[in-house]
Every structure is written in C-alpha cells, then in structure tokens.
Design a protein around this ligand. Structure first.
Ligand SMILES: [Zn+2]
Length: 189
C-alpha cells in the first residue's frame, strides 16, 4: 500500500509489533467489512487501514473493524492465522497434565515455561512440535478437541499470582491421540 499515507505514529506502531507493511491493506474505498475480509485474505493481509477510525482516531484495525491500537493483545492471535509458527504439546513427567500452545520461537518459549514454572509444573517435557502456516488455528482446534480436560491453574511469577491457561489434565497418551487426529484432519495447517 502507499506508504506516504500511513502516519508516522502508525508506522511506529506496526514496527513495534513486527507487522510488515505488506500485511496492511488500504481499505478506504471498501463498501463494508465483508468486502474488506474478502479482499484481504487472499493477499495475506491481516491488518486493515483506513476503513474505520476508533474514538481515538486510530485507523489500524482487524479485518472486522476492531481497533488494533486500542487492543494490541489481539495482534498475536491474528498474526497466528497468517504467520508461520510452532504448535507444541508438552507433558509433565510427574503429573497427568499437558500443555498445548504455539510460538514463533519455540526454544525461547520452552525456556520461559520452565523458568516460570507455568502451572506450577517444573518438569515440562516436549512431546511434539509442528511447524505450520496457521499455528493459532491449529492450536484452537487442539484446545477444542481437549476441552473436556481443561484445567486452569494459578501459579506465582515474580510474586504475582497468574493464571495458566492452555492446560489439560489428561495422560500424555490421550493427548498424543488427540494431537495425531487433529493434525491429520487437514492436509495443510
Ligand atoms: Zn483505537
């Protein structure tokens, strides 16, 4: 899209969140959000620009019109639909608990999980990793498949109580079965 139309504060925002400008689509002349999404998806754009301004004057939104500058937390999720990343399955070696998540830097993520003792588990072991084009979608499919085993745990990090999500109380073997089924359910993730 035409660079000169993006304001410097918008450029800075994109840069800060690692969003390449070719992933931003100029939506100023679209009729509605449905036509924005229709236009954006085939060209791998995940940020819409110029179709709607939020009350603060921000113009970078999702394909459905949610302001990204007010909701930067949705960026990671959205990018996961379009960026390559690793989906992982971890299991505790001492308890019947597994964790399914995704990250673009799996080694760094794994070190964090161990050092933070996420879910009060200190013996996470990597069972499977899968590099794919839509890690957030695959992660969601795995979470849906395991939903009956979902367990939310509190744990302490830097003396602050946190909530560990993405945890499931089931055996490693049950989780692996679910993993194999879901990964094989689509030829391409
Ligand atoms: Zn905003």
């Amino acid at each position: 899209m035409a660079n000169e139309r993006i304001r410097n504060d918008e450029k800075a925002f994109l840069e800060r969140h690692g969003i390449p400008e070719q992933c931003v689509a100029d939506m100023r002349h679209r009729a509605d959000w449905a036509s924005c999404a229709e236009f954006m998806h085939p060209i791998d754009c995940y940020v819409a620009w110029g179709f709607r301004q939020c009350d603060l004057g921000h113009r970078l939104t999702t394909a459905r019109g949610k302001c990204l500058q007010c909701n930067p937390a949705s960026i990671g999720f959205m990018k996961g639909y379009w960026t390559e990343g690793y989906v992982y399955l971890l299991a505790s070696q001492s308890e019947e608990i597994v964790k399914v998540g995704w990250s673009s830097d799996i080694e760094k993520r794994f070190r964090e999980l161990l050092s933070e003792r996420v879910g009060s588990v200190s013996d996470w072991q990597v069972i499977r990793t899968f590099l794919c084009g839509q890690p957030a979608a695959l992660e969601k499919a795995l979470h849906d498949r395991l939903v009956n085993h979902r367990e939310v745990r509190q744990y302490m990090r830097h003396r602050i109580s946190r909530e560990a999500r993405e945890l499931f109380s089931c055996s490693k073997h049950a989780a692996l079965r679910a993993w194999n089924e879901v990964v094989a359910s689509r030829s391409e993730w």
